[in-house]
Design a protein around this ligand. Structure first.
Ligand SMILES: *[C@@H]1O[C@H](CO)[C@@H](O)[C@H](O)[C@H]1NC(C)=O
Ligand SMILES: *[C@@H]1O[C@H](CO)[C@@H](O)[C@H](O)[C@H]1NC(C)=O
Ligand SMILES: *[C@@H]1O[C@H](CO)[C@@H](O)[C@H](O)[C@H]1NC(C)=O
Ligand SMILES: *[C@@H]1O[C@H](CO)[C@@H](O)[C@H](O)[C@H]1NC(C)=O
Ligand SMILES: *[C@@H]1O[C@H](CO)[C@@H](O)[C@H](O)[C@H]1NC(C)=O
Ligand SMILES: *[C@@H]1O[C@H](CO)[C@@H](O)[C@H](O)[C@H]1NC(C)=O
Ligand SMILES: *[C@@H]1O[C@H](CO)[C@@H](O)[C@H](O)[C@H]1NC(C)=O
Ligand SMILES: *[C@@H]1O[C@H](CO)[C@@H](O)[C@H](O)[C@H]1NC(C)=O
Length: 480
């Protein structure tokens, strides 16, 4: 086994040493806005959107909402001219709102999370007799003070019955609404039934249980008459959706333009005073090595998870009058979005990094689209439930013009249309972000406007080929 893998790798490496010339990656810089303007991020005021509620009022629907991002809804959906027939959609979304990740709960203050009755469900299902319908088993996290190892993992665990992370009741409700909104737009356009048909509909998750938790809520809204749906999942060793496949080249390119680049460390140095204020409340040490000071990710996750679930901002366990203020939290939210813009769009090599780290999923997408063009697949709708680490490099590959940190429930829809004229059939792609055609920096569309709205699908295939290469080329490029 090891030998044959080794041989396979050796022959691929010999055949595809010319990756750089086979692909032709061009980085088209994003727009300059307050999102990626460090002066504004550090000295400005306010947040780049909503951070304290899942509800966006209808009159401003479409604006960034970290707690519940805008998605396709009947109210705002733009139906293209009747010359176009919708053939296929592929959706990729981030999971909905959740408790924080365990790694982000070392904050030494005490805002409790209560998950009574809202735990994740795990059980096995067989095919024979009573095994077909066993008792539903729900996990309830608990700690016991007799176990001396409990505290070493972080104070966030003690006294809480939540899994870190797990989708909250609010996040499940948002998942349901998301599914019902998609149903209202696409069932008629794609002739879907009220029950999921495995021949025409596929759903895919990652090995992180929160994507399955979201799927349960989503499918209830999308196919109300289905109670039992098989979700596709790839093994972590090669999963393209997470994406957890091994790509050392992507890792080293990323390190070169972040940790090892003053272009990146500049904002951390300039934010020293902001870190001081936050650390004073949280008790995180100045020489912390758990990632609190290498980016704003942990503070952002810790503070935003609280605000999305209507919890107060934290105060110091030693001084109840020393709290994170709203302006300080807002600064963290601006910094988080600045960091995502840098990671995936502003840095010159962000396009190369995105292509390597998310290329495999895009190659699968192109495969699905080609099957539609060739008429060899009955699937009409493919839904992927994933993570911010999935949508971000995908937005990097699509070179979105204004990059944000994809919030809860963020959604990208690939719509494939067929247009018949003079008995010649042509296929077009429309890509929706936040429910509307995506504005990118790519030279696509009328006057190279970058709007991904009815792009000849072959142009998209060619762009992917130039940016990612073939499967074997991508595989070889990752090993460099
Ligand atoms: C960045 O933001 C600062 C502060 O708001 C502003 O003065 C400056 O003009 C902005 N820079 C650009 C390039 O927009
Ligand atoms: C949410 O934040 C906005 C400002 O971004 C504020 O106007 C509003 O009052 C807040 N809502 C709640 C429920 O705290
Ligand atoms: C569920 O979502 C709907 C639609 O967004 C909202 O109106 C309702 O308040 C939510 N309910 C809960 C319990 O979060
Ligand atoms: C829609 O689907 C039903 C079965 O669910 C099928 O009988 C019907 O022919 C389909 N209509 C079109 C226009 O494809
Ligand atoms: C840092 O930014 C400068 C100016 O944009 C650019 O020329 C340089 O290549 C960048 N360095 C890295 C490592 O990204
Ligand atoms: C609270 O005070 C104790 C004793 O001075 C100290 O060890 C601890 O780090 C403080 N915690 C925080 C969160 O500041
Ligand atoms: C981009 O990455 C390549 C490959 O590692 C490297 O040779 C090049 O110097 C990088 N460019 C910049 C601007 O950092
Ligand atoms: C495209 O550019 C041409 C020439 O600048 C202009 O006349 C035309 O109005 C533009 N079309 C659109 C749709 O913007």
């Amino acid at each position: 086994m090891i030998l044959s893998n080794g041989l396979l790798f050796a022959s691929l490496a010999l055949d595809f040493v010319n990756f750089a010339s086979a692909t032709d990656i061009v980085h088209y810089p994003p727009k300059l806005t307050n999102l990626n303007n460090l002066t504004f991020v550090l000295n400005g005021i306010g947040t780049p959107g909503i951070f304290n509620s899942s509800i966006t009022p209808d009159f401003e629907y479409g604006m960034y909402n970290w707690c519940n991002m805008p998605h396709v809804r009947a109210r705002e959906y733009q139906t293209p001219s009747s010359a176009y027939t919708l053939k296929y959609i592929e959706i990729i979304q981030r999971h909905h709102k959740r408790t924080p990740y365990a790694s982000n709960t070392f904050f030494k203050e005490d805002i409790p999370w209560d998950c009574t009755g809202e735990g994740p469900v795990y059980y096995g299902k067989g095919t024979v007799g009573v095994t077909d319908d066993p008792t539903v088993i729900q996990w309830s996290a608990y700690t016991n003070s007799q176990n001396p190892f409990t505290d070493s993992v972080g104070p966030g665990f003690v006294g809480s019955n939540c899994a870190f992370p797990q989708i909250t009741t609010g996040g499940l409700n948002d998942s349901y609404t998301h599914g019902a909104d998609l149903r209202a737009v696409y069932t008629e356009r794609l002739n879907l039934s009220t029950k999921a048909d495995p021949n025409t509909f596929k759903i895919r998750v990652t090995s992180n249980p929160i994507t399955s938790q979201v799927s349960g809520g989503l499918l209830k809204g999308l196919f109300p008459d289905s109670s039992d749906v098989a979700a596709l999942i790839q093994a972590d060793a090669f999963d393209s959706l997470t994406a957890s496949y091994s790509c050392p080249a992507a890792k080293s390119i990323f390190t070169a333009y972040t940790t090892d680049s003053s272009n990146w460390t500049e904002h951390l140095v300039n934010a020293a005073g902001i870190y001081e204020e936050l650390d004073e409340v949280s008790g995180i040490a100045a020489d912390d090595t758990a990632g609190w000071h290498t980016s704003f990710d942990h503070y952002y996750d810790n503070l935003s998870a609280k605000q999305c679930d209507s919890k107060p901002l934290p105060c110091s366990v030693n001084d109840t009058f020393l709290c994170v203020t709203q302006p300080l939290a807002d600064t963290v939210f601006r910094l988080g979005n600045y960091e995502y813009s840098y990671y995936y769009r502003d840095a010159y090599n962000s396009t190369l990094f995105s292509a390597l780290s998310y290329g495999a999923w895009v190659l699968e997408l192109v495969g699905h689209l080609k099957e539609q063009v060739e008429g060899t697949s009955d699937v009409k709708y493919f839904h992927n439930v994933a993570h911010d680490g999935s949508l971000s490099p995908l937005l990097g590959i699509l070179q979105i013009s204004e990059m944000v940190w994809p919030g809860m429930g963020s959604e990208i829809v690939f719509e494939l249309y067929e247009k018949n004229s003079n008995s010649i059939s042509n296929f077009f792609l429309r890509v929706l972000w936040g429910g509307q055609p995506m504005q990118t920096s790519l030279p696509f569309g009328t006057n190279s406007s970058g709007l991904l709205d009815m792009i000849p699908v072959e142009d998209f295939f060619e762009y992917v080929h130039n940016t990612i290469g073939t499967g074997p080329e991508l595989f070889a490029a990752c090993q460099k």
